[in-house]
Design a protein around this ligand. Structure first.
Ligand code: UD1
Length: 416
């Protein structure tokens, strides 16, 4: 199993290009199932999850012509309407094929995702929404089997804000008969990016980016070309890493408007931030000040940045509370950060972090994607060597992380 070895202490300096967003790329790749014409995607990140999604689509009969950072999908020969367990268990986002397959072919079999490290993460909202649109759904041998002659537009209220739930139903509704209204919908920028792509394919969608999305179904969608939005979580992760190490970095090809709450928190921690066009510059000339964070659906503070701020707070001046309201078990990084010398107490969904002067290198284990990112940040500031085990999580969601960090001056190596 591959590991990362980091020798901490070097402040990050320089420029780093931000990749396309994983959480926009995965749903948008699934949109290729909605049309027989070609969907040309650019700015696709080179990530393990993107490779898994491509294989899943190919296995169904979607043709995929690849070039660096680009794929052209053609959905004119789809003959298998199924997502097998082997693929869904490694990537929950595979559930996103359910809505498009059902809407276009009237039949879909998708393995139920199992448990995952950050909580039980059910898919009941996806299923209830499709049932409200007239689908007949049974659970057989661990698979969701959905059937419908043609989906019917419906008014659907989400009890909980769900990002992939909103995306799945938005794709299904694009080909349904009549008007679908999604209420208490996710407002995440990745939902808007998917809506932009679907509109380019001929879908009629309004209200994305707000909590009410209205989709008027059409008979057919056509081909399109779409550039994936920049990854706001990768952007935030590099900014926190620079702030924690007392560095000065410039992100290029990013968008500051996607990062409002994260930039506010970094400024509160003492960072100087300058935004110009598609670049963000951050400089940190002092020990960071601890900052409270509370995760909630967009536009509030993203749960996918919680672990990274925990690492920042671990070496900050003062104490802070970190409250996780989205996932019930997303503090797996706490035990590992403690191994590096962090002082963190957890009570329910709240962690109290007391900043320490310094962390010390140790061997730690990555448990999920963003937890791994927090360990990298901690390793970058810790004295001596930190070895991070199980870094396959990082490869699922960060494009060429150690290469990008090395170029910024970090002492980081992959041990094979
Ligand atoms: C997406 C993101 C993930 C991010 C999360 C929250 C992708 C591919 N992944 O995950 O990186 O951390 O949003 O911003 O975009 N829930 C239910 N029933 C459902 C669906 C969700 O109870 O049917 C619950 C979940 O367990 C969780 C909450 O709703 O507690 C939010 O989950 P959701 O927004 O659906 O997360 P994902 O879309 O899986």
């Amino acid at each position: 199993m591959q590991k990362l070895a980091i020798r901490g202490g070097a402040p990050l300096h320089g420029e780093v290009r931000i990749s396309g967003a994983k959480n926009a790329a995965l749903p948008i790749m699934c949109a290729s199932l909605l049309s027989a014409d070609s969907l040309h995607l650019t700015n696709l990140p080179d990530l393990h999850d993107v490779g898994t999604m491509r294989k899943l689509l190919q296995q169904m009969g979607v043709a995929a012509a690849t070039a660096p950072g680009e794929i052209t999908f053609s959905g004119d020969r789809i003959e298998r309407w199924e997502a097998p367990y082997d693929m869904v268990k490694t990537m929950r986002a595979a559930i996103l094929v359910l809505g498009p397959l059902l809407a276009r072919f009237g039949d879909a079999r998708v393995s139920l995702p199992g448990g995952c490290a950050i909580g039980s993460r059910p898919v009941d909202l996806h299923i209830k929404g499709l049932q409200a649109m007239g689908a007949e759904i049974t659970i057989e041998h661990g698979y969701i089997h959905a059937r419908a002659k043609r989906l019917q537009g419906a008014r659907i209220f989400f009890d909980l804000v769900s990002v992939t739930g909103t995306e799945n139903l938005m794709m299904a509704a694009a080909l349904a008969d009549g008007v679908t209204v999604l209420e208490n919908a996710a407002r995440e920028p990745e939902v808007v990016d998917l809506a932009n792509c679907l509109r380019a394919m001929g879908a009629h969608i309004v209200g994305d980016g707000s909590d009410t999305i209205t989709i008027t179904g059409v008979e057919k969608l056509h081909g399109a070309s779409h550039r994936i939005m920049p990854d706001r979580i990768e952007s935030g992760t590099f900014l926190v890493a620079a702030a924690a190490t007392g560095g000065s970095i410039t992100l290029t090809d990013t968008r500051a408007d996607l990062l409002d709450t994260v930039l506010e928190k970094l400024a509160e921690a003492g960072a100087q931030i300058t935004v110009a066009g598609d670049t963000i510059h951050l400089a940190m000339n002092r020990r960071p000040q601890a900052v409270n964070v509370r995760t909630a659906p967009h536009p509030a503070f993203p749960t996918d940045m919680q672990a990274q701020f925990m690492a920042l707070n671990a070496i900050a001046e003062g104490s802070a509370m970190v409250v996780e309201t989205i996932f019930e078990n997303r503090f797996m990084h706490v035990q590992e950060l403690r191994r590096l010398g962090a002082s963190i107490e957890v009570e329910g969904n709240t962690a109290v972090v007391r900043g320490v002067e310094r962390l010390e290198g140790a061997t730690v284990m990555a448990t999920d994607l963003r937890a791994s990112a927090s360990l990298v940040i901690a390793g970058l500031v810790a004295q001596g060597e930190t070895i991070i085990d199980r870094i396959y999580h990082l490869d699922r969601g960060y494009e060429h992380l150690e290469t990008k960090l090395s170029r910024l001056g970090a002492d980081i190596r992959r041990l094979k």
